[in-house]
Design a binder for this molecule. Structure first.
Ligand code: NDP
Length: 340
């Protein structure tokens, strides 16, 4: 096969506050030929996720950061073009973390082969991928919802939140979402089957949540922090649980952020547990078995927000941090052979 060029998106400079398109740079670089045990892959889908804001911030965290000049990291679904690994052949579709680029050479041990007959291949980055597993582990293992309880989730129309509310319904709970537009709230209730959804941009949060949660809140799956957390905390029942998954409202903060009402957490003996999905990989077989079956049977629905072209990844990522995405945000980097 003739030498290929990979188009890549690099971090050019560390963003201050909301990232700008000029913080990123598109370059073309040659792709080396695969060696024994390696695969040459063509990216079909790139996942854009809120955690990427933390990786480019320069702040020490649980995972290695991206420095200026480095390629942006990210989960991918790719087609194998050339294989020097016995378990793969050209045409196989694999899930991996090849980052913001059109082509990659990867070790055969670093990728997971997908079966396009089980579910659309893009779901390996959403409902049947890292975001879906975050919802599964965070709600079922940490939130421990019981039938009849009320589960509230913020960023409810997004990749994680949409799965949280549907799993809560499958467990016999009342599911209440919080989202940032009427269109998103309508989808959360009408499209996903939540019992109610509060628009945090137009409604007064505490009265609206009190009406939506007449028996108080037993599990609050936290994705955003800030004023939304402050409001939900006031409705928590004694011995409720908060899977502390994300704080997206603070990711672009340039100064100190005000804290939540911790007194309510104390007096109600609330269990708050921060978690990182990658610490729970032992739950992956159970997650895939349960959620693949629920997707197949139509019990777990998903929505994707697909942007075409790798060069549009920076603008789409900036939009994610402003709530412009509606559903799991993906970049279609190249043609999807399973949707021809
Ligand atoms: P989404 O698909 O939900 O997209 C992000 C959404 O967050 C936006 O669409 C927007 O929805 C909402 N949002 C953005 N800015 C704000 C703001 N200032 N205040 C309130 N809401 C805001 O993303 P994911 O489902 O992928 O991620 C959701 C959360 O889960 C994030 O906090 C992420 O960091 C976290 N996460 C944590 C993991 C872990 O291991 N702990 C793993 C994966 C994700 P809206 O318009 O409704 O406001």
């Amino acid at each position: 096969m003739p030498a290929l060029t990979s188009r890549r998106v690099l971090l050019k400079s560390r963003p201050v506050g909301l990232p700008k398109p000029s913080d990123f740079q598109v370059v073309d670089e040659p792709v080396p030929a695969p060696k024994d045990g390696e695969l040459l892959c063509r990216t079909i889908y790139l996942s854009l996720d809120p955690y990427m804001r933390g990786r480019i911030s320069g702040v020490k965290s649980y995972a290695k950061g991206v420095d200026p000049g480095d390629m942006m990291v990210g989960g991918t679904v790719s087609e194998v073009l050339e294989s020097r690994h016995p378990d793969f052949k050209p045409g196989d579709v694999v899930q991996s973390s090849h980052g913001w680029q059109t082509h990659a050479v990867a070790s055969g041990t670093s990728v997971r082969k997908l079966d396009p007959k089980l579910a659309p291949i893009s779901t390996a980055l959403g409902v049947l991928g890292m975001p879906g597993m975050t919802a599964y582990v965070g709600l079922l293992d940490i939130g421990q919802p019981k039938a009849g309880e009320t589960v509230v989730v913020s960023a409810a129309s997004g990749a994680v939140g949409a799965v949280v509310g549907q799993l809560a319904k499958l467990k016999g709970c009342r599911a209440v979402g919080i989202a940032g537009s009427k269109e998103k709230c309508d989808y959360v209730v009408g499209g996903l089957g939540f019992d109610a959804c509060v628009n945090y941009k137009t409604e007064s949060l505490v009265p609206a949540l009190t009406a939506a949660c007449p028996k108080g809140v037993d599990v609050y799956f936290e994705n955003v922090g800030g004023e939304v957390l402050d409001a939900v905390v006031q409705l928590l029942n004694p011995f409720s649980r908060i899977p502390l998954c994300g704080l997206i409202s603070q990711y672009n903060a340039t100064g100190p952020v005000s804290g939540p009402s911790w007194r309510a957490l104390l007096t109600n003996r609330v269990l708050v547990k921060g978690f990182i999905v990658s610490d729970h990989l032992d739950r992956m077989p159970a997650f895939l078995a349960d959620c693949t079956a629920w997707v197949r049977d139509g019990k777990l629905r998903f929505r994707e927000d697909i942007v075409d072209g790798l060069e549009n990844a920076p603008t789409a990522f900036i939009g994610l941090l402003q709530g412009k995405n509606f559903g799991k945000l993906l970049v279609r980097v190249g043609a999807d052979p399973t949707r021809r």
